[in-house]
Design a protein around this ligand. Structure first.
Ligand code: AMP
Length: 333
């Protein structure tokens, strides 16, 4: 890896199967970026401990996320594909950054408030300092760009604040990382029930996973909420209908999209047909990826080697940064 290319960093938690939101919000950009940038992509196993303290399934989940990333087109020869817990320098930087993060700002984070609501029985300090750990992951490689979905916008803003605070107090070490998406706007893949986004943890029947079998994909799409159709030409689409069009724009051909837009605008849309078409386009999109994941998963030795090589690359970059950090902080006695 050369020092000339801009540096990119991102991560995905091994808390469940990857879904279309992960694919279009994150992985699709990773794949495009791997030729142009110096890339660090990690499986965020430490982050998953904030909400999933039971580690009995963790190993399988880490291997699955790795296989899913590779099946979607990430090339472990081009990027550092690694596991967060293998890069011990992260914990040290996290510690220093915690001294620069204020309780008030952490408590205001939307994802923290969401998680408090979802897991009232386990409001741990790791959950509160999640954005600090995430900042450590990113700036450990002095990354400039972070390909993430819209749900991560606030965390990125916090990462910029922490990096800025460090630079201001101890000296300019870190770029202030920016969220990155090739389409300029950050992607939000909506859930099929018309509320919120596709997600690993909420309403799994409204989320399409890369591991879903063809019939399950069809079943989920056919259940998407619709109504009896518009009654006036060119009327504004309700959110849940706009969501179905949005999903179609991700996987269907221009021709198909234009046809259903035209039908909608002329009040002769048949949502049953639209969903059938969307279901088949989803099957064509997902099934080759699902088969590839299963093939890669069957070779554990290969995945272990990928992780080891990835960790070597990531630790080299992390060690160089930590040397600068300790010097800047005056911890070099
Ligand atoms: P997570 O599954 O929360 O670890 O998220 C991994 C990556 O997927 C992050 O970059 C998220 O921004 C992205 N992501 C997750 N869900 C969605 C969604 N429904 N739409 C767009 N991006 C998403």
């Amino acid at each position: 890896m050369t020092g000339k290319k801009k540096i990119v960093m991102s991560g995905i938690r091994p808390t469940g199967f990857l879904h279309l939101g992960n694919y279009f919000g994150a992985i699709q950009n990773y794949v495009k970026m791997q030729d142009e940038f110096e890339c660090y992509f990690m499986v965020a196993d430490l982050h998953s401990l904030t909400t999933h303290p039971d580690t009995s399934e963790l190993k399988n989940n880490v291997y699955r996320v790795l296989a899913e990333n590779i099946a979607c087109g990430l090339d472990p020869e081009k990027v550092a594909l690694y596991c967060q817990s293998h890069v011990y320098e992260t914990a040290e930087l996290y510690l220093y950054l915690n001294m620069l993060a204020y309780i008030g700002e952490l408590e205001k984070t939307v994802t923290f408030k969401d998680k408090v609501r979802q897991h009232p029985e386990n409001i741990n300090a790791g959950l509160l300092t999640y954005p600090v750990l995430q900042t450590a992951d990113i700036i450990l490689h002095r990354a400039s760009y972070v390909p993430v979905g819209k749900d991560q916008e606030q965390h990125l803003e916090m990462a910029r604040n922490f990096a800025h605070r460090f630079n201001f107090r101890y000296g300019e070490i870190f770029p202030e990382p920016q969220a990155f998406n090739y389409n300029q706007v950050l992607v939000k893949v909506p859930s099929l029930d018309g509320t919120g986004k596709m997600s690993k943890s909420e309403n799994q029947l409204a989320t399409l996973f890369l591991a879903d079998e063809d019939d399950l994909i069809r079943k989920k799409v056919m259940k998407a909420k619709t109504d009896s159709g518009p009654t006036e030409n060119n009327s504004v689409k309700p959110d849940y209908i706009e969501n179905i069009f949005g999903l179609m724009r991700l996987v269907s051909s221009e021709e198909v999209i234009t046809k259903f837009e035209h039908d909608y605008n002329h009040c002769n849309i048949r949502y049953g047909d639209m969903k059938k078409q969307l279901a088949e386009d989803m099957v064509s999109f997902i099934s080759p990826k699902r088969n590839k994941v299963n093939h890669i998963l069957s070779d554990e030795a290969y995945l272990k080697e990928v992780m080891q090589k990835g960790a070597e690359k990531a630790r080299k970059s992390a060690q160089a940064t930590m040397q600068l950090v300790r010097e800047a902080m005056g911890l070099n006695y």
